[in-house]
Ligand binder design. Structure first.
Ligand code: ADP
Ligand code: MG
Length: 730
C-alpha cells in the first residue's frame, strides 16, 4: 500500500498547469486590463459631474475630507460602477495591527418597506464605518467602554472591486482609529510620515530657490520574494499550514549550492500561477513588472514598478493577499514567511525608496548642474544622518519573529545598519570631508554649488548585495525588511527619520542664510561637517564578514540581533522623540505599538512550540519507536542466526537510534515545560524575553534529534514530506 506521503508526491509530480482564471484574458495586453477594476481618477472623470470631479481631485491632492453632500454623489457613482462589475457587497478595507488587512462585507441591499429590497450606498456609508474593533490588537488603546473602532475613507487611495468567480466586492481603502481618535492601523501614521517628509523637504527646496514645488513625496518599489510548495505535500506538514515555516526537516541532499535555480527557466506550473497573479494585479492597477526564480529552489520573486508610498503599501498588501489566495488554484501553498527552510536562503522584501517633488524630479538623483549636485548632497547628507543617528528607530521597521531567522544569518544583511554608497560617491564625500584631498592623494577640490560631481555609474545595485541600506544610483534599497511584513512600518520610520534630519539641516541653513551668509557658503561649511560626523555609518565592504561585526561595534553602530532587543528601544526618549517631533505617533500610540509587537513575538513562538510538540508526539516519535522496534528485531535475529560478534553493526544502529528517540522524548518534555513557564510569565516584555531565551533553544534541541531521526528511520515510516520533496517538486 502506498503511504499518504508517496501518493501525494506522485500526485504533485503529475499536477498540470492551470490556465489563467479567465480564458480570454490570457493573451490580452496589459494596457487593456490595467486598472479596469479601480475607481480611479479616470473612472471618476467619466462618471461624476464636472464640479464634483474637480472638487474631489483637489481634495485628493490636498488630503482633505469629503463633505456629506459631495460624498452622496461620489458614493452613488461608485456603487453604479461597482455593480456593473458584478459587485453585490462593499467593504471598508483597512490595515489593523495584525500585519494583515481586514474587511467586513455589507450587501448594498436595503429593505424597501414593501417586502422588496433596493440597493443602497450613501455618502455616509462611503466615508465612515464602525466595525467592531474589540478583537483587533490595540495594545491597551481601547478599554471595554470604548471598544468601538472607526474607519474613514482615504480618498487618496482609489476604491476597487475584487471580482471572484463566486462574487465581487467593492473595497474602500480606509483609516482605522479608536473612539479617542488614536491610530489603530498603519495607514494613519504612514500618511502622517509622508506629510512630515514633505514639509521638511520643501524647506530645503525653498532654500535652493524652488518656489513651484507644492509637495514632496516618497516613492516605494517593494520586491516581493516568496516560496511555492505543493499544496498536497504541505497538507501533510502542520508546521507549514500553521506557522508558514518548517519547524523540522533534515537538509535536502541537493540545496542551492549549484546555483542552478536563480534566474533559471520558470517551471510551467509556477508560470501559470505567476500569470494568474499578474492578471489579477494588473486589473487592480498594480504595475507588476518583474518575475523570476530566486536563489533557493522553490523560491521566486515578483517586483512591481514603484509608486508613491501610500499606494505602494496598499498594493503590496493586495499583492500578498492575491498570491496567498490564488496559489491553491494551481496546487500550491504560497509561503511568505522569512525563513521557511533552514539551509537555503530565506525571503526578504527589498524596499526601494526615493523622494520626488510635485514636478516629478527625483531628489536623490545626482544632477547635471553644480547647483543640482549641491541639492543632491544635502538630501544625501540627510539620509546618512537619519540612518546613523536613528538606527535604533529604523531597526523597528524590520522587527518580527520570522525576520529574526534571516537578519544576521549569512544570506541577509546583518541587523547592523550601515549605508553602502559605492566607491565613487564615498570618494567624493571623503574629499569633501578632507578639504579637497581625495583618497589617492589626487587634488580634487569640490566647491559646492560651483563644481559638478564626477559622473557616477547609473546602477550601483549589483556591486554590493550584503548591505542593508544601499544607494543604487537614484534611490536607496533597504534590504532588511521581511517578506511577510507590511512595508508600512519601515516606510513610516524611514520617512520620519529623514524628515527629522532634513529639519535639522533646514534649521541650520535657514539660520545662516537669514544672517546673510550666501547659501553656497553655508553649504560649504555645513556639508563637510555633516559628512564627517556621519561617515561611520558608511560601509562599502562585505556585510556578511564576521570582522564587520567587530568593526561596527568599534564605530558605535548598534546591533540589535533580535526583535525583542530592538523593541526594547521603542520606549526610549530618543526614539520616541523622532515620532513625536514630526507628529507621526503620540506617546500612547507608540507604547501600544510596542506592546502589540512584543505580544505578537511571544505568541508566535508559543504557537511554533505547540506545533512542534504536536508533530514530534504524533509523527516523529511514533516513527522513531517503530524503527527502534524493527532495529531490535533485526539485531536479535542477526545474533540468533550469525552469533553475537557478527551483529555489531546492527547493535550500533540500534543503540544510536534508541539514544536519539530517548533524547527527543526528553527534549519534547523540556519544550513543553518551557512553554508552560512562558505562558505563566506576566508582562509582554518579560514574556517575549522568556520566549526568546527559553523556547528558541528548546526547539533547536528537539530539532537536532528529530532531524537525525529523519535520516535513520525507514523512509516508508516517515510521514512528513521531506525537504527534497518540498523544495524540488513544482
Ligand atoms: P534590482 O534591485 O533587482 O536591480 P530594479 O533596479 O529593477 O531591481 O528595481 C527594483 C525596484 O526598485 C522596482 O520595484 C523598481 O520599480 C524600483 N525603483 C526603481 N526606481 C525607483 C525610484 N526612483 N524610487 C523607488 N523605487 C524605484
Ligand atoms: Mg533589488
Amino acid at each position: 500500500m502506498q503511504s499518504p506521503r508517496t501518493r501525494v508526491l506522485l500526485e504533485a509530480m503529475n499536477t498540470a498547469p492551470v490556465a489563467p482564471s479567465s480564458e480570454e484574458q490570457k493573451g490580452r495586453a496589459a494596457e487593456e486590463i490595467f486598472g479596469q477594476d479601480v475607481f480611479g481618477l479616470s473612472a471618476m472623470r467619466k462618471r461624476l459631474p464636472r464640479d464634483v470631479y474637480r472638487n474631489l481631485e483637489r481634495i485628493i491632492h490636498n488630503g482633505e475630507r469629503l463633505d456629506a453632500a459631495m460624498a452622496d454623489v461620489v458614493a452613488s457613482a461608485m456603487k453604479e460602477w461597482a455593480m456593473e462589475r458584478g459587485a453585490t457587497h462593499y467593504t471598508h478595507w483597512f490595515h489593523p495591527m495584525t500585519g494583515l488587512t481586514a474587511e467586513k462585507h455589507d450587501a448594498f441591499l436595503t429593505p424597501a418597506g414593501d417586502g422588496q429590497v433596493i440597493s443602497e450606498f450613501s455618502g455616509k456609508m462611503l466615508i465612515s464605518g464602525e466595525p467592531d474593533a474589540s478583537s483587533f490588537p490595540s495594545g491597551g488603546l481601547r478599554s471595554t467602554f470604548e471598544a468601538r473602532g472607526y474607519t474613514a475613507w482615504d480618498p487618496s487611495a482609489p476604491a476597487f472591486v475584487i471580482a471572484q468567480p463566486y462574487g465581487a466586492t467593492l473595497h474602500i481603502p480606509t483609516y482605522f482609529y479608536s473612539y479617542s481618535g488614536e491610530a489603530l492601523d498603519r495607514k494613519i501614521p504612514l500618511q502622517r510620515s509622508i506629510a512630515a517628509l514633505s514639509r521638511q523637504a520643501l524647506r530645503i527646496l525653498r532654500l535652493f530657490g524652488n518656489t513651484t514645488a507644492t509637495f514632496v513625496r516618497p516613492n516605494v518599489g517593494p520586491e516581493q520574494e516568496y516560496f511555492l510548495v505543493d499544496k498536497g505535500l504541505a497538507a501533510l506538514r502542520p508546521d507549514l499550514l500553521l506557522t508558514g515555516r518548517t519547524l523540522l526537516g533534515a537538509p535536502s541532499p541537493k540545496g542551492q549550492e549549484m546555483e542552478d535555480h536563480y534566474f533559471g527557466a520558470i517551471p510551467e506550473r509556477v508560470m501559470s500561477f505567476m500569470q494568474d497573479v499578474e492578471i489579477a494585479l494588473l486589473k487592480l492597477g498594480i504595475p507588476a513588472k518583474t518575475r523570476h526564480n530566486e536563489v533557493a529552489p522553490g523560491q521566486f520573486e515578483l517586483a512591481p514598478v514603484f509608486e508613491d508610498a501610500n499606494m505602494a503599501c496598499d498594493h503590496n498588501m493586495l499583492c500578498m493577499n492575491m498570491m496567498r489566495h490564488l496559489a491553491p488554484r494551481h496546487g500550491f501553498l504560497c509561503l511568505l514567511h522569512e525563513k521557511p527552510f533552514v539551509g537555503v536562503n530565506g525571503s526578504g522584501k527589498h524596499n526601494n525608496w526615493s523622494i520626488s517633488d510635485s514636478e516629478g524630479n527625483n531628489l536623490l538623483n545626482p544632477g547635471a548642474t553644480p547647483q543640482d549636485n549641491a541639492q543632491f548632497l544635502v538630501f544625501l547628507a540627510a539620509v546618512l544622518r537619519a540612518v546613523h543617528k536613528h538606527a535604533s528607530a529604523l531597526r523597528l521597521g524590520t522587527v518580527g519573529a520570522g525576520n529574526d531567522h534571516r537578519l544576521g544569518a549569512n544570506e541577509a544583511p546583518p541587523a547592523i545598519l550601515s549605508v553602502y554608497l559605492g566607491d565613487q560617491l564615498a570618494e567624493v564625500l571623503e574629499a569633501l570631508v578632507n578639504g579637497g584631498r581625495a583618497a589617492q592623494g589626487r587634488e580634487h577640490v569640490l566647491e559646492i554649488g560651483v563644481s559638478t560631481l564626477p559622473p557616477l555609474p547609473v546602477d550601483l545595485s549589483d556591486r554590493n548585495r550584503t548591505s542593508p541600506f544601499a544607494f543604487t544610483g537614484n534611490k536607496f534599497e533597504f534590504r532588511a525588511v521581511g517578506s511577510s511584513q507590511s512595508v508600512a512600518p519601515v516606510n513610516i520610520v524611514l520617512n520620519a527619520v529623514v524628515a527629522c534630519a532634513l529639519d535639522d539641516i533646514a534649521t541650520d541653513l535657514e539660520a545662516s542664510t537669514s544672517a546673510g551668509t550666501p547659501l553656497n557658503a553655508a553649504l560649504q561649511e555645513l556639508l563637510p561637517r555633516l559628512f564627517r560626523e556621519h561617515m561611520p555609518v558608511v560601509f562599502n565592504g562585505n556585510g556578511y564578514a564576521a570582522s564587520w561585526t567587530q568593526e561596527a561595534a568599534r564605530r558605535g553602530l548598534p546591533n540589535d540581533r533580535d526583535s525583542v532587543a530592538a523593541l526594547e528601544h521603542y520606549s526610549e526618549p530618543a526614539v520616541m522623540d523622532i515620532f513625536l517631533r514630526c507628529g507621526i505617533l503620540s506617546e500612547r500610540e507608540m507604547l501600544s505599538r510596542q506592546e502589540i509587537l512584543l505580544e505578537n513575538y511571544g505568541k508566535t513562538l508559543c504557537i511554533e512550540a505547540r506545533v512542534m510538540s504536536d508533530m514530534i508526539r504524533s509523527s516523529v516519535l511514533p516513527a522513531g519507536r517503530e524503527a527502534q522496534r524493527r532495529a531490535a528485531e533485526t539485531l536479535l535475529k542477526t545474533r540468533e542466526v550469525l552469533g553475537p560478534e557478527t551483529a555489531q553493526c546492527e547493535e550500533a544502529f540500534f543503540v544510536s537510534l534508541r539514544s536519539q528517540v530517548t533524547a527527543l522524548a526528553a527534549g519534547v518534555e523540556a519544550l513543553e515545560a518551557v512553554l508552560a513557564s512562558v505562558a505563566a510569565t506576566e508582562g509582554v516584555l518579560a514574556q517575549a524575553r522568556a520566549a526568546r531565551d527559553g523556547i528558541l533553544p528548546a526547539m533547536q534541541a528537539c530539532r537536532e534529534h528529530a532531524d537525525a531521526l529523519e535520516r535513520m528511520v525507514d523512509d516508508e515510516l516517515w510521514t512528513l514530506p521531506k525537504y527534497a520533496e518540498l523544495l524540488w517538486v513544482n
